[in-house]
Ligand binder design. Structure first.
Ligand SMILES: CC(C)(COP(=O)(O)OP(=O)(O)OC[C@H]1O[C@@H](n2cnc3c(N)ncnc32)[C@H](O)[C@@H]1OP(=O)(O)O)[C@@H](O)C(=O)NCCC(=O)NCCS
Length: 133
């Protein structure tokens, strides 16, 4: 297993990334170009096993004050093998000098609490508007 970070050539993993999203029901048919744009604008990590990306993490931040994790997903067929934990740990190791926020489905609370993140939903609310079509 290896972790791929910003600056790596994503070419070999673009279809894997689409498969990770699709296997979790997070959209369909992401083009290579769209994935490249999404990742080039993000802090990212990929978990690669046997030459294929099986998990991804994306975040945004200023590298000074705060880092916001917006996506953490492991391919449905590879969940429960430790990849999600490795991705989260790698991100936390790199950005522990900033506050780290995670926007995640509440069913995952137990997973994030393993990393000493606290549920702050009583303090923060998420406001959102969908992308204009
Ligand atoms: C949540 C997710 C990223 C976890 O990644 P993973 O690789 O499957 O998790 P790991 O194998 O690293 O799990 C480590 C431990 O956390 C536990 N765990 C995993 N998912 C959990 C959850 N949702 N709630 C509580 N505990 C969880 C595992 O049981 C495991 O425990 P163990 O060490 O005692 O066996 C993955 O299941 C996933 O992609 N889910 C769908 C997308 C999603 O909801 N992402 C969350 C951010 S929006």
């Amino acid at each position: 297993m290896e972790i791929i970070r910003n600056g790596a050539d994503l070419s070999a993993y673009l279809r894997n990334i689409n498969d990770i999203y699709e296997s979790n029901g997070w959209g369909r048919g992401y083009s290579d170009e769209k994935i490249r744009k999404m990742f080039s604008a993000s802090i990212y990590r990929l978990a690669v096993a046997d030459g294929a990306a099986v998990g991804l993490l994306r975040a945004y931040g200023d590298n000074v004050v705060e880092t916001h994790v917006t996506e953490l997903a492991v391919h449905k067929n590879h969940q429960g093998k430790g990849y999600g934990s490795l991705l989260m740990k790698d991100l936390l190791d790199a950005f522990s000098h900033t506050a780290v926020y995670v926007m995640a489905f509440s069913e995952n609370r137990g997973f994030f609490e393993r990393f000493n993140l606290k549920d702050r939903s009583s303090k923060f609310t998420v406001y959102a508007v969908a992308a204009r079509q």
